[in-house]
Design a binder for this molecule. Structure first.
Ligand code: GLA
Length: 380
């Protein structure tokens, strides 16, 4: 009797875990499309699921160009979704902090919600205290993008959106194309391009929230972070850069050596107090404009490693300080404080008001093109 029960338990346990283990090799690469939900006006929103030959899956919706899930193996081949999100469109339509979103027209903050371009002052929505955050009230994260699937060995989805002159008070008709491609080596590549018919400012990023132990699986404090930066842009109490570019050496924000996020996050430091943890832009060490390693995160327990490569000058390391357990996400999981981190590749926050920062202006005749790669691997 006992042994019967024992073998039943074993079978159940095996059964459950087997259900989670997706093929480690020889999956059929490609794209499948399904309905994700309906907008309040009845418009249908789609979900595109990209699968590569080793079984990694990334799902993307044309609502806000959002990455809905990223399913990757741990060191024993067990697949987990490593980004926060929701099961259906309704979760994304409700208030949420930009889960997986394609953010713009200006990702991150613009101080006092205004900037001057060609002698003209533009007034934006102040949706974060006195500042404008992530493109305003109806940023690109809340827009319906046109989507086209790209089948094949490197499955992808191409998203396009025309942001009209004056949308969220930004100047110029901005025509954008963003392509998500799932590469064979478990890397999600994002190609952003845009043109404008009037001088404008532009800063596009992806706002995925990562937990390498699997979404909803506790906090990220034991996970380790390396950021390829010798300096950062210190902030004031409203998280706007002061304009200074400061060396990281000797500060609790120095991640040149891989360090558990927990180690210094609550250190007695003004910058960490302002951010309520890490919420800072790091100046990526680079020579030239090519794809450069910006950050590497590692979960020693699952063995999952995430590398972020980018052509952008900066990366925001945000340690999920504002998550507070009020959001119930995928599979009913509760997202508590610091249950995920973001690595948002970007131009520096508030660049339109900081002449010493790399320019975020785009002019007619120029083409904006930035690339970011989120690449997963395993350490044993
Ligand atoms: C960004 C900001 C954070 C926070 C989140 C969204 O990463 O830097 O301060 O606003 O978005 O909650």
């Amino acid at each position: 009797m006992l042994s019967q029960r024992f073998s039943l338990t074993i079978a159940l346990v095996l059964g459950t875990s087997l259900a989670w283990v997706r093929p480690a090799k020889a999956a059929n690469p490609g794209v499948t499309m399904s309905t994700f939900g309906k907008m309040p006006d009845g418009q249908t929103i789609d979900l595109y699921t990209l699968t590569n030959r080793s079984g990694m899956q990334v799902a993307i919706t044309n609502y806000g160009g959002r990455v809905v899930s990223m399913v990757v193996p741990d060191r024993s081949g067990h697949m987990d979704d490593v980004v926060l999100g929701f099961d259906s469109l309704d979760g994304y339509l409700a208030t949420n902090p930009y889960f997986g979103a394609l953010v713009g027209r200006y990702a991150n903050r613009i101080g006092n919600a205004k900037f001057t371009l060609d002698g003209k002052e533009y007034h934006l929505a102040a949706n974060d205290g006195p500042n404008s955050l992530h493109g305003g009230l109806q940023g690109f994260d809340k827009r319906v993008w046109k989507a086209r699937e790209i089948p094949g060995q490197h499955p992808g989805v191409e998203l396009t959106y025309l942001s009209k002159d004056g949308e969220e008070a930004y100047p110029g008709d901005l025509s954008m194309k963003v392509v998500y491609t799932l590469m064979g080596d478990n890397a999600l590549r994002i190609d952003y391009s845009a043109t404008t018919d009037k001088d404008t400012v532009l800063n596009l990023t992806n706002h995925s929230y990562f937990n390498l132990a699997g979404q909803g699986n506790g906090d990220i404090l034991k996970q380790e972070m390396m950021i390829n930066a010798d300096s950062f842009t210190p902030i004031d109490g409203t998280l706007i850069p002061t304009g200074e570019i400061r060396k990281l050496e000797g500060t609790p924000l120095d991640f040149r050596k891989s360090t558990p996020i927990a180690d210094r996050i609550d250190a007695d430091d003004e910058q960490l107090k302002f951010g309520k943890g890490y919420d800072h832009n790091f100046v990526i060490n680079r020579s030239g404009h090519g794809l450069t390693l910006a950050a590497r995160a590692k979960d020693p327990e699952s063995g999952r490693v995430l590398e972020v490569l980018t052509t952008q000058p900066g990366i925001q390391f945000y340690s999920g300080n504002f998550l507070d357990g009020t959001i119930r996400g995928r599979d009913g999981k509760i997202y508590g404080k610091r249950s995920a981190f973001c690595l948002e590749t970007q131009h520096f926050p508030d660049s339109p008001n900081k002449s010493s920062f790399p320019s975020a202006e785009l002019k007619p005749g120029q083409t904006y093109h930035e690339v970011t790669v989120y690449k997963f691997s395993i350490v044993h």
